[in-house]
Design a protein around this ligand. Structure first.
Ligand code: V47
Length: 349
C-alpha cells in the first residue's frame, strides 16, 4: 500500500528534476489500479452553441451573440439531425458541452436531452452538462442542484462531464473566469450528483496563471470530496491552449511541465480510479507520452465533433480516430487498449 501524499511532499516531487522517477512513481500507481489497460470509448460530442454569457479569458470558443462571426446555436431539430449524422459506428457515449446561452431556459436543455435520447439507441450514454451549465439551470429555473439533476436524469442524462472546474483558487478564478460558479458551487453540484448515484468526472485547466501550489490545492479539494462520496470516475488534466483568446500572451506549459502535472495528478489523486488524457487538446503524441506518466484513459474516437480545442490552437484540427488508431497509441506505449462504456465496463469486440 502506497501512503497518502501530503501537500509538502507533493510540492517537493513537483520541484524534482527527475522525470524518470516521477514516471516510475506514477506508473506504479496506475498499474496497481489499472494494470496494463488503456481505456478508450467510441463517442462523439454535441456542442449546441458557443454563445455564452460568461467571459472566461481562456476561452477561444465563446461568442457574445449570434451576430458575431463564428457564432452558432442549434435548435432541437438540428440536434436531432446532428445525432443521426454522427451516430455511425456503434458509439456508446455522447458528450454534450456547450455554453451558458443568454436566451435558453431549463426547458431547452431538458428537451435537448430528450431529443438525443429519442434519436440514439439505449446503448449510448448521455454525458451532460458541466456543473457551470447546471448552476445556470438552477438560476433560470429556481430549482436546487438536486432538483435540476433529478429532472435531467429522468430525461436521460447518465453521467456528468468534468468541465467548468478550471482552477479552484479564488484569486486566479477572479481573473480568468470572474463571473462564473465558484469552486464551492462546482463541488456542491458534483456532490449532489454523487448523492443521486450519478458518476461524474473532474478536470483542472492548467498552464495559464496558476502556480503548482494552486494545482496541488485543486487536486486535494477533489481528493477530499472523493473520500466523502466516491463519485468521481476520472480526472482530466486540461492543458491550456493559448490561441485566439485573451490569455494568449501567457503561452503554454512546456512538455516537461505537462508530463510532470500528469504524474503529480496520478500520485495525489489516490482515490480516483482513472486519469484521462484528452488527445483532441493535447495532440496525439503528447497523449501517447502521458501514458508513461500515469494516464490510463484516452477517451474517444470523437468523430470530428468538438471545436473547443481546435479554436484554441490544438493541432488536431478535425479530431477523429478509429479504434485501431487508439489501439496503436496504447500498444506502442507498452499497454493494451480496452474499449469501455461510460462506466468503465469493458466491452468485448
Ligand atoms: O471547462 C476551454 C476547457 C473545458 C480552453 O468529462 C480549454 O470526460 C484548454 O470539461 N485550452 C470543457 N482547455 C471540456 C471538458 C471535458 C473535456 C474532455 C473530457 C471531459 C470529460 C470533459 O474545456 C472547460 C475548460 O476548462 N477549455 N478553453 C483552452 N483554451
Amino acid at each position: 500500500m502506497i501512503h497518502r501524499i501530503g501537500f509538502d511532499e507533493a510540492m517537493e516531487l513537483y520541484e524534482s528534476k527527475d522525470l524518470n522517477y516521477l514516471s516510475k512513481l506514477a506508473t506504479d500507481i496506475r498499474e496497481a489500479k489499472n494494470g496494463k489497460k488503456v481505456f478508450y470509448n467510441r463517442n462523439f460530442h454535441i456542442e449546441p452553441s458557443n454563445i455564452c454569457v460568461h467571459r472566461c479569458k481562456f476561452c477561444s470558443y465563446r461568442r457574445n451573440d449570434a451576430s458575431q462571426p463564428g457564432a452558432w446555436s442549434m435548435e432541437i431539430d438540428e440536434v436531432r439531425e446532428y445525432c443521426r449524422e454522427k451516430f455511425k459506428n456503434g458509439e456508446t457515449e455522447v458528450h454534450i458541452v456547450g455554453s451558458v446561452h443568454p436566451d435558453r431556459d431549463f426547458n431547452y436543455y431538458l428537451e435537448l436531452v430528450e431529443a438525443v435520447r429519442e434519436e440514439l439507441p439505449k446503448s449510448v450514454s448521455i454525458k451532460a452538462y458541466s456543473a457551470v451549465e447546471i448552476d445556470d439551470m438552477t438560476k433560470s429555473s429556481g430549482l436546487t442542484p438536486t432538483e435540476v439533476l433529478k429532472a435531467l436524469k429522468e430525461k436521460g442524462v447518465d453521467l456528468l462531464p468534468g468541465g467548468g472546474a478550471e482552477i479552484f483558487n479564488p484569486e486566479i478564478r477572479k481573473i480568468i473566469c470572474p463571473d462564473k460558479s465558484d469552486a464551492k458551487r462546482w463541488l456542491e453540484i458534483h456532490k449532489a450528483a454523487h448523492q443521486l448515484g450519478m458518476r461524474t468526472n473532474a478536470t483542472m485547466l492548467f498552464g495559464h496563471m496558476e502556480t503548482r501550489k494552486d494545482r496541488i490545492e485543486h487536486l486535494m479539494a477533489l481528493r477530499e470530496l472523493q473520500d466523502e462520496t466516491n463519485g468521481f470516475d476520472a480526472f482530466i488534466p486540461l492543458l491550456f491552449k493559448a490561441a485566439n483568446n485573451t490569455l494568449s500572451h501567457l503561452g503554454e506549459a512546456s512538455i516537461i511541465e505537462t508530463l510532470k502535472t500528469f504524474a503529480i495528478t496520478r500520485i495525489v489523486l489516490d482515490n480516483i480510479p482513472h486519469i484521462k488524457s484528452y488527445w483532441p487538446m493535447l495532440g496525439k503524441d503528447l497523449c501517447q507520452l502521458s501514458l508513461l506518466y500515469g494516464a490510463d484513459d484516452i477517451d474517444g474516437t470523437i468523430n470530428d465533433s468538438t471545436k473547443i480545442y481546435s479554436m484554441a490552437g490544438s493541432k488536431e484540427g478535425n479530431p477523429q480516430m478509429t479504434s485501431s488508431d487508439l489501439e496503436r497509441i496504447a500498444s506502442e506505449a507498452g499497454y493494451v487498449a480496452v474499449e469501455r462504456d461510460s462506466f468503465y465496463n469493458e466491452l468485448s469486440k
